[in-house]
Design a protein around this ligand. Structure first.
Ligand SMILES: Cc1cc2nc3c(=O)[nH]c(=O)nc-3n(C[C@H](O)[C@H](O)[C@H](O)COP(=O)(O)OP(=O)(O)OC[C@H]3O[C@@H](n4cnc5c(N)ncnc54)[C@H](O)[C@@H]3O)c2cc1C
Length: 514
């Protein structure tokens, strides 16, 4: 009894320290752990770049057979054994506790790189960091390579993925050509636009509720070593929206991104891949360990000029928000942008989202739920101005991430899947809002009430909420936002699906997340 009391007291102390001295804890504990983990990742990616980790298709099939057996022999719910800490959502889904965990985490290999026909076959736990290391040295890249290193292929397909090339290629599932999936009854299917197109179209956004993805065939495209990035700084909302829309519709830009630093201050960035560093702009390797966070570099430029040009190494460009976790790291470690931190500790960065999540105490989780917002809302371009005003009124959190995407599915399509664009508009903007509401808002802030207001607005404009974020909508409202007819039919028709997997809503609703 005495020893369990002692453990209880020590855990209480530890929790107190982590809660009240979060930034010191991050500096002295998380940063070195991250440094060691990053060394391992670098080695892994070094080997992957040299193909040592490529496996044969037979090896992959053996792994799938083991999963197939596990699913077939299961009783009740099943889910992936990926730890809740590793998942990108800020909260933990209750479904994990009630389900049998199927071993998917070892599905982390690539088993075909077809440079001639320009596709790769990868297992679902391969992440974006692995893929940049594998592909860029071969002069290839994914057409859409979502930002953070540890986003996985499975998560990006079952949830969604977006990047600054999405104004050309659409969302992550639009570059997927074939999906291998283990269904609830243990059958293995490879589905595509021509084979079982209804299942192929409904796996994206189904959040792992139609089967276990075991392999994905993804399109790849040639790339160049640098990005020529044009910055333009605009200090009026209506002028920004007009210029931004024009840039998003212009497919001669390889990349389009904007950051809103306030309701009236915007940085519009358009990028083009380049073979060389030209003499019309400065060379800026933003991925160096001592480099300032990218979003702060942009803000600094905005103070100094109206426009400028830079050349950035492609890999650095892809992962420009990784080190700063967009701007979340600055809230936890307010000193992370200072010169002393960058030069002394910068080489150990980034600290992964999982480490922050794994060391979050109950008090911090409560604080996050009540005083912090993390949402991505994808709205039609014509309604962007209203969405910015709504977010400014409700939260006043800046910067905002503005990333364009095409949604090719139309409401009238037979196989449209869970989401669709408008009949006459396929250009949408993902508005990412991450941070603590402004002090004047925080006084009367109610996370549930205010997020519901935002969700209502997004439903009204026929927009979509990303699934990793907490959902405050009722089931009926959620079903208005996502088209469930085909999805429901598939869940009825594929034997055992309803027994093995919950509905999407039950995984994303805030009441079912801790
Ligand atoms: C801080 C932060 C930054 C982000 N930045 C970006 C960004 O830059 N770009 C972007 O596009 N998105 C971003 N996201 C959102 C991200 O796209 C989603 O969370 C996405 O689902 C990927 O997450 P994951 O790899 O951690 O997958 P997970 O969270 O592990 O999985 C997501 C869902 O997919 C299911 N799933 C995963 N693997 C499989 C499988 N093999 N078979 C069946 N189901 C499976 C899981 O059950 C789960 O329900 C961000 C999220 C956060 C919190």
């Amino acid at each position: 009894l005495r020893s369990s009391c002692a453990i209880g007291v020590s855990l209480g102390m530890l929790s107190y320290i982590i809660t009240n001295y979060r930034s010191a804890f991050a500096l002295f504990c998380l940063t070195p752990v991250a440094g060691a983990h990053n060394l391992y990742l670098r080695l892994r990616r070094f080997l992957l770049a040299r193909s040592f980790s490529l496996i044969s298709e037979e090896e992959h099939s053996k792994r799938v057979e083991a999963i197939r057996r596990e699913v077939k022999e299961a009783n009740g719910r099943v889910c992936s054994n990926r730890s809740g800490n590793d998942q990108m959502s800020l909260t933990y889904g209750d479904y994990k506790q009630k389900s049998k965990k199927v071993n998917l985490t070892h599905l982390r290999s690539v088993f075909e790189v077809n440079e001639k026909e320009r596709y790769i076959w990868v297992e679902p736990m391969v992440d974006m960091g692995d893929l940049t290391s594998l592909l860029i040295p071969r002069g290839l890249t994914l057409p859409i390579l979502p930002e953070l290193d540890n986003l996985t292929v499975g998560g990006l397909l079952a949830g969604t993925g977006i990047e600054t090339a999405s104004h050309i290629y659409g969302l992550f599932h639009h570059i997927v050509q074939e999906i291998e999936v283990v269904l609830a009854d243990g059958t293995v299917e490879r589905v595509s636009r021509t084979h079982k197109p209804d299942l192929f179209q409904n796996i994206p956004w189904s959040y792992g509720t139609l089967g276990m993805i075991t392999a994905v065939k993804i399109q790849v495209v040639p790339c160049k070593p640098y990005v020529k990035l044009n910055y333009e700084f605009i200090h009026q909302k209506s002028e920004f929206i007009a210029k931004y829309e024009k840039a998003c519709r212009d497919q001669s830009h390889d990349f389009v991104e904007a950051l809103a630093y306030s309701h009236d201050n915007y940085a519009l960035m358009t990028g083009k891949m380049s073979n060389d560093v030209g003499n019309d702009g400065a060379y800026n390797p933003i991925g160096r360990f001592y480099s300032q966070f990218f979003y702060l570099q942009v803000q600094d430029k905005m103070r100094k000029c109206n426009s400028c040009v830079e050349y950035i190494p492609l890999k650095d460009y892809y992962h420009r928000h990784t080190k700063s976790l967009f701007w979340e790291v600055s809230e936890i470690m307010p000193f992370a942008h200072t010169w002393w931190f960058r030069y002394l500790f910068g080489w150990m960065m980034p600290i992964s989202h999982s480490l922050f999540k794994a060391t979050r105490t109950e008090e911090l989780t409560k604080l996050y739920k009540e005083k912090h917002i993390v949402q991505d809302m994808i709205v039609p371009i014509g309604t962007l101005g209203d969405c910015l005003s709504k977010m400014n009124d409700l939260f006043r959190v800046y910067p905002l991430w503005l990333c364009p995407t095409r949604i090719f599915e139309k409401p009238s399509d037979e196989n449209r899947g869970l989401i669709c664009g408008l009949e006459d508009e396929d250009l949408f903007i993902d508005v990412g809002i991450y941070g603590t509401p402004a002090p004047e808002i925080l006084k009367n802030y109610d996370a549930e009430r205010d997020c519901k207001k935002l969700e209502e607005h997004v439903r009204h404009v026929k927009g979509i909420q990303m699934l990793y974020a907490d959902c405050y909508q009722s089931r009926d409202e959620f079903r208005q936002m996502f088209y469930h007819t085909e999805y429901d039919r598939l869940r009825e028709e594929i034997p055992l699906t309803k027994e093995r997997f919950p509905e999407i809503y039950d995984k994303v609703y805030i009441g079912n997340r801790r």
